[in-house]
Write a protein that binds this ligand. Structure first.
Ligand SMILES: Cc1cc2nc3c(=O)[nH]c(=O)nc-3n(C[C@H](O)[C@H](O)[C@H](O)COP(=O)(O)OP(=O)(O)OC[C@H]3O[C@@H](n4cnc5c(N)ncnc54)[C@H](O)[C@@H]3O)c2cc1C
Length: 387
């Protein structure tokens, strides 16, 4: 028998997250938007509450202090996270990259554990001015010099790069091999000589956290700061990205779109024009119906792929499909949300215009829609539809 029921215990967890987001986090959104920063004292208090409830670093295994959730469970939790802004999700619930599980020896105490416990913030530096979609074409290099690695290069658009306590830097260690054994991940602490934040890169959305250009000039780090094996960095990233794309883009998009749909449904009943509720007008109904259909489809896709990951499968093509569909679905739903609210939708009185701006980047990062479509098409031409 195929069972699609969500077990009671995970329902209890998602109910807790939903209530927490609604009562503790959403009330901070307007202030974060206005100030482009999370007020420090308020953040300290709400993060402590989240941690006390076990809502921090829920994506990480219990052995390292994380939530120990399965991928299906994590997606259901991410759906609730999606009902607030990315800046607040990062700071209140943690942005802990699963690649950190490759930490060994004293790296665990210096990087993995303090990041899971919320003492340290980590940034992930892959993209460069000359290499975005084609990540294997990076030009940042790391060369061995005795007991040290010497890093040279520039990274840009790095989320939290301005405040991170340390950065996972992707660098070429063998120009011949590149993605096939010539790219390595290195852990670089803030304050290391030769590492600097060159400039802030303000964005259209995601107010409340920064994106930065990072420069490495003759930056010397201990040999012990290699994350995983030398030359295995590209593969390490590729192994972790499916879960990140599925949870951070797919499931979060469902949550964000559900919030918009709930607002649309409520407004359709309360707003009256021409003597009747606007929800009586078929053109408004269509916007609501299309949004509901697309959210349901996305949610089903997300949970299907999450279940496969939990079975030990690697549904890469499905995750690419979800990345494309979820991000584009969110853009359409956010757009319809604004339309249903009319002028109020465009105003800053409501979170809709923020969601509309924040939604836009989901089609760009973690692989653009075009790159994922290319991968899907190549795979379907060769192997058929992955059902
Ligand atoms: C808000 C934000 C946060 C980010 N955070 C991080 C971060 O924390 N760490 C990090 O490393 N990076 C980060 N990035 C960078 C992000 O991953 C890249 O922007 C993304 O990979 C796209 O690369 P690009 O911007 O260089 O675009 P390009 O690769 O130059 O693409 C430009 C256009 O060409 C198209 N294109 C490229 N190749 C193909 C192809 N083969 N077929 C068809 N079309 C193609 C693309 O789809 C796109 O439309 C962030 C970006 C943003 C905007």
């Amino acid at each position: 028998m195929i069972d699609f029921a969500i077990p009671e215990d995970i329902r209890a967890v998602t109910d807790t997250v939903r209530r927490f987001v609604e009562t503790e986090v959403q009330p901070l959104e307007a202030e974060v938007e206005a100030q482009a920063a999370i007020p420090a004292e308020k953040l300290k208090a709400v993060k402590a509450k989240a941690q006390a409830l076990g809502l921090y670093a829920m994506n990480m295994p219990a052995e390292v202090g994380g939530g120990g959730l399965s991928t299906v469970e994590m997606c259901l939790v991410e759906e609730e996270f999606g009902k607030t802004s990315d800046a607040l999700i990062r700071r209140v619930f943690g942005q802990v990259y699963p690649m950190l599980l490759a930490c060994t020896g004293d790296q665990r105490a210096r990087y993995l554990l303090p990041t899971v416990s919320g003492e340290k913030i980590c940034a992930m530096a892959i993209t460069e001015p000359g290499a975005g979609s084609d990540a294997a074409a990076i030009s940042t290099t790391a060369r061995r010099d005795g007991e040290l690695w010497v890093i040279d290069g520039t990274k840009h658009f790095i989320s939290d790069g301005d405040i991170a306590d340390y950065v996972i830097v992707m660098a070429v260690t063998d120009k011949e091999k590149r993605a096939r054994g010539g790219i390595t991940l290195l852990l670089v602490d803030k304050g290391t000589p030769g590492f600097s934040v060159a400039r802030h890169q303000p964005m259209m959305g995601h107010r409340g956290y920064g994106h930065a250009e990072l420069v490495f000039e003759n930056c010397r780090i201990p040999a012990a700061n290699v994350l995983g094996e030398v030359g295995e960095g590209f593969r390490l990233i590729m192994r972790s990205v499916s879960a990140i794309r599925l949870c951070h883009i797919g499931a979060r998009a469902v949550g964000m779109a559900r919030r918009v749909l709930a607002m649309m449904a409520e407004h359709a009943q309360s707003r009256r024009q021409f003597g009747q509720a606007i929800g009586e007008f078929q053109m408004v109904q269509q916007m609501i119906a299309d949004s509901a259909i697309e959210i349901f489809a996305t949610r089903s896709m997300v949970l299907n792929a999450a279940w496969e990951i939990d079975q030990g499968l690697e549904p890469r093509d499905k995750v690419s499909m979800i990345k494309v569909y979820a991000s584009e679905m969110l853009g359409r739903v956010a757009d319809r949300g604004i339309q249903v609210f009319g002028g109020s939708g465009f105003s800053k009185d409501l979170p809709l215009e923020r969601i509309y701006r924040d939604a836009r980047v989901t089609r760009i990062y973690d692989g653009t829609s075009e790159v994922h479509r290319m991968l899907i098409a190549k795979s379907v031409i060769k192997n058929g539809l992955p059902l």
